[in-house]
Design a protein around this ligand. Structure first.
Ligand code: GLN
Length: 273
């Protein structure tokens, strides 16, 4: 017999993270997080305690919390995530803000490599008259993204399978966004922490991490309306390199924007116009 407050304290200690302990407990009990506020004195029965202990054990062996619980919040949306998708990161919300700021009411937007659908769905939710198309090479990821759209009743996103812009032949957009893989292939971080469990194809991209960004920059020129924006997330140390790739490809108004931690996070530019 153990009180909620005590099992959380013990798990928080074992995991070195109180939030993670709380997220796993409410998942084990099938309750919303707000349930904890008024139930710290409740006593878990044996079945609940052992379900929770098993989840804490999985986390202790490295499995990301979002894959254990099957969901993660992004923007205003609670999203299903599976090991077929990257786990949405809070810093990626910057890309959503920058895209929204450049969109007219009825803008046509493409999100390349959508994963769980996080970016496309956040943009579509905020801009209901926009028409958004989301691509991904992975059929499994697209199935997750589609379920996320249905669950939130978001109807202005179309999902298509394929590499970057390949499935969008002949289509043009006002804004193209992407959070592509951008980690250097031999970066030791890929073998550490949560990254070990995420799809390698969503994380790493060649020796300098920029192979996919180069492809997207080249392909997007044939898919932007005159004056349209390409915006891409990248690593904190890649701003200058991505600006150079954009400028050499002929984009104008090339810029880099920093995230809340003052790290270079998104770069972009305007095509033609
Ligand atoms: N931002 C992620 C990380 O560093 C990487 C995501 C990506 O490659 N798009 O953990």
């Amino acid at each position: 017999m153990a009180e909620v407050r005590q099992v959380i304290a013990d798990a928080a200690h074992a995991l070195g993270d109180r939030l993670e302990a709380e997220l796993l407990l409410v998942h084990a009990l099938g309750k919303p997080r707000s349930w904890l506020i008024a139930h710290a004195d409740d006593v878990l029965d044996d079945a609940q305690a052992s379900t929770f202990a098993a989840l804490v054990e999985r986390r202790r062996h490295g499995e990301p919390v979002a894959y254990i619980t099957g969901h993660r919040g992004f923007w205003t949306l609670e999203l299903e995530v599976t090991p077929a998708t990257l786990i949405p990161r809070p810093e990626t919300e910057l890309l959503v803000e920058l895209a929204l700021a450049r969109m007219t009411t009825r803008a046509r937007v493409a999100d390349l490599g959508t994963g769980s659908g996080a970016i496309a769905l956040a943009i579509a939710r905020e801009s209901p008259a926009a028409s958004v198309v989301a691509t991904d090479a992975s059929a499994d990821a697209l199935a997750v993204a589609q379920r996320n759209a249905s669950r939130h009743g978001i109807r202005n996103v179309r999902f298509v399978q394929g590499d970057w812009l390949a499935p969008l032949a002949g289509e043009r957009f006002d804004v193209i966004v992407s959070n592509p893989p951008y980690i250097e292939a031999n970066d030791p971080h890929l073998g550490q922490g949560d990254l070990r469990f995420e799809p390698a194809s969503a994380l790493a991209s060649g020796a300098d991490g920029l192979d996919d960004i180069r492809r997207i920059v080249a392909q997007a020129r044939d898919h932007l309306e005159p004056g349209g924006w390409l915006l891409m997330e990248h690593g904190w140390n890649q701003g200058a390199a991505v600006r150079e790739i954009l400028a050499s490809a002929g984009y104008r108004e090339v810029l880099t924007v920093q995230d809340l931690e003052q790290r270079d996070r998104v770069s972009g530019g305007v095509w033609g116009g």
